[in-house]
Design a protein around this ligand. Structure first.
Ligand code: GLU
Length: 400
């Protein structure tokens, strides 16, 4: 889950968005994009790039077709959870009419059910993301005469299960940005004639220090110099002011002394994200990408976890979990050793290859070796569509 930035009323909106995206780069991302509304009624303009860590830089060189005068603009850096990191899946996502553009951090848990309803109603989706349904839901709500953007956003998120921070622009109200959040962070800010939106203080610290935090299930509308916040029922509420005593550098670290401490404190969130939509109320699990049937799993007699470095430590913990919960023999192996051994494997062995990036060479090679010896292989990784995710029989994404 990555970064959001938005601005309205800015003197140089695209530069503000690009600077904001650059300030969010420290989080890591796989693609990026910007949408802007023409202040002279020329509609919505969008640019997206999937050059991984070069995407924000690349966007900066693609501004030629942008409108001369921009009212509101939104930008996004993506860390894919649903759908490969490519241009079609990069945010902002638009509705069928190209009038609504939306960026999202988080996971829409019930996107398949929502997509089925939207598809049946004739909406045309063009990405594999969970996010895109939101743009079409807003479009649906706006189709009712007299509906304002903030009301459409409020009704849209009422239909959604999952985690989200969103920012939405619409040609019908070109000066404002609609926002909403549940679990994923989102702040809004204002200064004379300026309104900003961001997932992270670091992205907007240079623009204003008058910042407010949206609370869970609140919806908002940010205009040039104005902020309106509503609760889930649509009644206006006072937004919660954020005290900012930090420098930009400290803000990137979330006020923690270093990134490692910050990431340690983020662990409960990362674990919750990983479980989202995967644990059923009856205690069962839903692992859509696993792609190995229940019968095949039942036939597994032994599990070998292979990994390098800190992922190897995760494998050691995994071994205990498999033994305790699945009551199967389990081993943890260092991938660089495993790949050069004549390991005895067969179809009843499940090899779980763990790598944050999904591209650790020794682990990838160990995985290939295991497959060539007849074992089934599941990759456990944080990067959607990484090499290991593509080559394995099944995959478990960690969403961290
Ligand atoms: N789930 C969304 C996607 O995969 C948002 C990911 C993010 O937070 O960057 O596109």
């Amino acid at each position: 889950m990555c970064g959001i930035i938005g601005a309205t009323g800015a003197a140089d909106p695209l530069q503000l968005i690009l600077d904001g995206l650059a300030a969010l780069e420290y989080r890591g991302y796989d693609s990026a994009g910007i949408a802007a509304l023409d202040a002279k009624g020329g509609g919505l303009w969008r640019v997206r790039a999937a050059e991984r860590t070069e995407s924000v830089e690349h966007l900066g060189s693609c501004l030629d077709g942008a409108p001369d005068a921009i009212a509101a603009a939104i930008g996004h850096t993506r860390w894919a959870t649903h759908g490969a990191p490519n241009e079609a899946n990069a945010h902002p996502h638009v509705d069928c009419s190209g009038q609504v553009a939306l960026v999202h951090n988080g996971i829409i848990d019930n996107y398949r059910q929502l997509a089925a309803v939207l598809d049946a109603a004739g909406h045309l989706r063009t990405s594999q993301t969970d996010t895109e349904v939101l743009a079409h839901l807003v479009e649906d709500e706006l189709a009712v005469d007299g509906t304002t953007l903030v009301e459409a956003v409020r009704r849209c998120v009422a239909r959604v299960e999952g985690d989200f921070a969103i920012a939405v622009v619409w040609t019908g109200e070109p000066d404002v940005i609609g926002v909403a959040r549940r679990t994923s962070p989102l702040i809004v800010g204002r200064a004379e004639g300026l309104g900003v939106v961001a997932s992270d203080i670091a992205a907007v610290l240079g623009t204003t220090r008058e910042l407010y935090q949206l609370e869970d299930d609140q919806v908002g509308l940010v205009g040039p110099g104005t902020i309106t916040v509503l609760d889930a029922d649509g009644s206006a509420v006072e937004p919660l002011a954020v005290e900012v005593g930090w420098s930009i550098d400290a803000a990137r670290r979330g006020g923690y002394p270093d990134f490692m401490t910050k990431e340690m404190h983020e662990q409960p969130r990362a674990v919750a994200d990983t479980l989202l939509g995967r644990v059923r109320p009856d205690g069962g699990t839903e692992l859509e990408e696993l792609a190995i049937s229940d019968d095949e799993l039942a036939a597994v007699r032994r599990i070998v976890l292979v990994a390098c470095g800190s992922s190897y430590h995760a494998a050691l913990v995994g071994r205990q979990a498999v033994e305790a919960w699945a009551q199967l023999p389990a081993e943890a192996e260092i991938a660089s050793e495993f790949r050069y051994r004549q390991a005895v494997l067969d179809e009843s062995t499940l090899v779980v290859a763990i790598s944050q990036s999904g591209e650790t060479v020794d682990t990838l090679k160990a995985m290939r070796e295991a497959r060539s010896r007849g074992a089934r292989v599941v990759a456990m990784t944080n990067v959607v569509d990484s090499l290991m995710a593509r080559e394995a029989d099944g995959v478990l994404y960690t969403r961290a």
